[in-house]
Design a protein around this ligand. Structure first.
Ligand SMILES: NC(=O)c1ccc[n+]([C@@H]2O[C@H](COP(=O)([O-])OP(=O)(O)OC[C@H]3O[C@@H](n4cnc5c(N)ncnc54)[C@H](O)[C@@H]3O)[C@@H](O)[C@H]2O)c1
Ligand SMILES: CC(C)C1=CC=C(C(=O)O)[C@@H](O)[C@H]1O
Length: 246
């Protein structure tokens, strides 16, 4: 039987690219997103037969949705080997103008969703003695960049810390937990944030002078998801064209 991988926020963008690469690598892929229709449309394009895919509604703000998604995956395939926590929201409000409500909204969606994904999926994986969790952080969380919002950056920095905490907690149970921290990747989100007339300026600031490649991120997820990747855990993998170096 194929191993089973679930991706949150997989109806579009990087989550979709990651789901595509996992599918190409032979996984049965669970495409989840806020709306079932968009998740189903993505799954239908990926796997018209539906034999190796499942679309589910999963609002990452809801612990009940995580639990229901896990139950649905176990009912269909009896296992969940890989979870990719990719869903997030971006806000670009300048830091001095962010309201308490907006701060809470971004933090709770972006950071609490990682906490919930690691707790619910990681708890199941620890119970069966195997699992791979990959959390989408960001360059913004590494360098404190504010182009995408201070609350966004802080929420992504917290993901790096949560990744270490869950990695320590779950390591002896055979579950690894890693994060990926991308800089600007060729994706709808970057083009939405950067109009064509500002793209040259963005590229000029990137040491390698190009956007990152979404399929490469997907292939990195595939590598981290392998059983052989048991020795990397608690790590944050920078993929940022040289915009931040440790
Ligand atoms: N695009 C980039 O260059 C870039 C760079 C660094 C980090 N990231 C991170 O990569 C991940 C994916 O980014 P993207 O650019 O593909 O974003 P995107 O906005 O294109 O896609 C996000 C997806 O998450 C879904 N989503 C939003 N709220 C949700 C919720 N409450 N529950 C479930 N799903 C929800 C959306 O419907 C959408 O399908 C995010 O964590 C983002 O922070 C992206
Ligand atoms: C718009 C561009 C500068 C950008 C888009 C998305 C990001 C993210 O973290 O989601 C940022 O890192 C940033 O590179």
């Amino acid at each position: 039987m194929s191993q089973v991988a679930l991706v949150t926020g997989a109806a579009q963008g990087l989550g979709l690219s990651i789901a595509n690469r996992l599918f190409a690598a032979g996984y049965a892929v669970v495409i989840t997103d806020l709306s079932l229709e968009s998740a189903q449309a993505a799954a239908d394009r990926l796997d018209p037969s539906g034999q190796r895919s499942l679309a589910l509604q999963l609002d990452v703000a809801s612990k009940a949705d995580f639990e229901a998604a896990l139950a649905a995956v176990l009912a269909r395939w009896g296992a969940l080997h890989v979870a990719v926590n990719s869903a997030a929201m971006t806000r670009t409000t300048p830091v001095m103008q962010i309201s308490p409500e907006e701060f809470d909204q971004v933090m709770s969606l972006n950071t609490r969703s990682i906490f919930l994904g690691c707790q619910v999926f990681g708890g199941h994986m620890a119970g069966v003695g195997y699992g791979r969790i990959i959390n989408m952080a960001s360059l913004a969380g590494q360098n404190g960049g504010t182009a995408t919002g201070a609350h966004y950056a802080a929420s992504k920095g917290a993901i790096v810390t949560l990744t270490k905490i869950f990695a320590k907690e779950l390591a002896s149970a055979g579950v690894t937990v890693n994060a990926i921290a991308p800089g600007p990747i060729e994706s709808p989100a970057v083009h939405a944030a950067v109009p064509p007339e500002r793209m040259a300026g963005l590229l000029a600031n990137i040491p390698v002078k190009r956007l990152g490649d979404a399929d490469f991120l997907g292939d990195l997820v595939v590598q981290l998801a392998r059983p052989e990747a048991y020795f990397t855990t608690g790590a944050t993998w920078d993929v940022n064209g040289g915009l931040f170096m440790r």
